[in-house]
Design a protein around this ligand. Structure first.
Ligand code: ATP
Ligand code: MG
Length: 371
């Protein structure tokens, strides 16, 4: 657990880079510090491992006032990844990764094995890479090494200051995915700085949004999206603010012309309709558009080659909703019944349309975009 209590930093020139910041980051959580350039993210982060000393206030690490921990010991227990990677150019990759464990007097054979394990974790073939020098690696590969070097000493806390910002979008996505995988396994307490809201949304257990040296909001990703604490937060997260399902009407998410078939049709005909319309199930309706059942590709497969009709093989107990069902209820039914679609009928069981998971998502996304 990392606790910031009324922490401020005023630089020599009188600039209040960080003022009276309070937040806490639970053990094993990944916290993202985000905010505009100059808002104090790096300063906040560097105060954790005492690369910068606070002017006032307290920082506690696992309950211990961190000024009481000698800076050298503190840094050996906190992994640090910076944007410029900072690998030592005259050391091999293996030497870079095992530096802190060796400084701690760890058994060299053990370090060697661990280096190989870590390299494999981020998809760098140990035999190929362990003896190379940093300048013999691509930028993205160096950043991978930077990340595993921070993990090598197995520190409980890792600080990452825009570690992926110099990468192309694809490598960046890959490293984000790898970080999530590693984090699921290792459960470190991670403080991750970024400018990029998408990156924050993907990685964060908790978001700390900074502005002018102050914390504007600390919340889970979901809460920050749903309930931005201020106009500034709303603007910062941009157009992605969600509408609530309650504000959306069922009509908005209903597809008007679902693919239907008459109960007297044959199986081969049904298969043909499915293929042409690219669906894997058909609603069965009579000439009055009353909903009688549903037939799926699986049903057809089971009766393949038989001379039969849809009526004989369809399933009659269809989970359906009426036109006045509130959208949150629709969501609940979809989840509890584990269905991807729900036919919508009127009071007389006449088919009015179909709600699918995809149509629901599309409309909600559109609503978010509008606000
Ligand atoms: N050593 C220093 N001496 C004086 N002022 C500093 C020092 N380091 C940072 N600052 C100032 O403190 C403020 C916060 O800087 P900081 O590096 O923490 O911002 P940041 O949020 O990390 O920005 P960026 O997103 O651009 O990295 C800035 O106005 C910066 O100019
Ligand atoms: Mg910074």
């Amino acid at each position: 657990m990392i606790i910031f209590q009324e922490v401020s930093k005023t630089f020599e020139d009188g600039l209040d880079a960080v003022s009276e910041v309070n937040f806490r980051i639970a053990k094993g959580h990944l916290a993202v510090l985000i905010g505009p350039s100059g808002s104090g993210k790096t300063t906040t982060m560097k105060m954790i491992n005492r690369l910068i000393e606070p002017t006032s206030g307290f920082i506690y690490i696992d309950g211990k006032n961190h000024t009481k921990i000698p800076a050298v010991e503190l840094r050996r227990n906190i992994g640090y990844v910076i944007q410029e990677v900072g690998l030592f150019p005259h050391m091999t990759i293996a030497e870079n990764i095992s530096l802190v464990p060796r400084l701690r007097g760890e058994n060299p054979a053990y370090s060697q094995r661990r280096v190989d394990d870590l390299l494999s974790m981020v998809d760098l073939e140990p035999a190929l890479y362990r003896n190379r020098y940093p300048n013999q690696l691509s930028g993205g590969q160096q950043q991978r090494v930077g990340v595993i070097r921070a993990l090598a000493a197995d520190p409980p806390i890792i600080l990452m200051d825009e570690p992926f910002s110099a990468l192309d979008p694809i490598s960046r996505e890959q490293l984000q995915d790898e970080l999530l995988l590693l984090q699921a396994k290792l459960r470190k307490t991670v403080v991750f700085v970024t400018h990029d809201m998408d990156e924050a949304l993907k990685l964060a257990d908790v978001v700390v949004l900074m502005r002018d040296g102050k914390v504007e909001q600390q919340a889970s990703v979901d809460d920050i999206l749903r309930e931005p604490a201020s106009e500034f937060v709303r603007d910062f997260i941009g157009a992605e603010r969600p509408g609530r399902p309650a504000d959306i009407s069922l009509a908005q998410i209903t597809i008007d012309n679902p693919v239907v078939i008459d109960p007297n049709r044959g199986l081969a005909e049904a298969l043909r309709v499915m293929r042409r319309r690219r669906v894997d199930s058909l609603l069965v309706t009579n000439t009055k558009r009353e909903l009688l059942g549903i037939v799926t590709a699986k049903d057809l497969h089971r009766h393949m080659g038989e001379k039969s009709t849809i009526e004989k093989i369809m399933s009659k107990d269809v989970i359906k909703i009426e036109t006045d069902t509130p959208v949150p209820e629709v969501l609940r039914i979809m989840t509890s019944e584990q269905v991807g679609y729900l036919p919508v009928v009127d009071q007389n069981n006449r088919l009015q349309g179909l709600v699918t998971r995809a149509s629901l998502v599309n409309v909600i996304a559109e609503e978010w975009g509008e606000s």
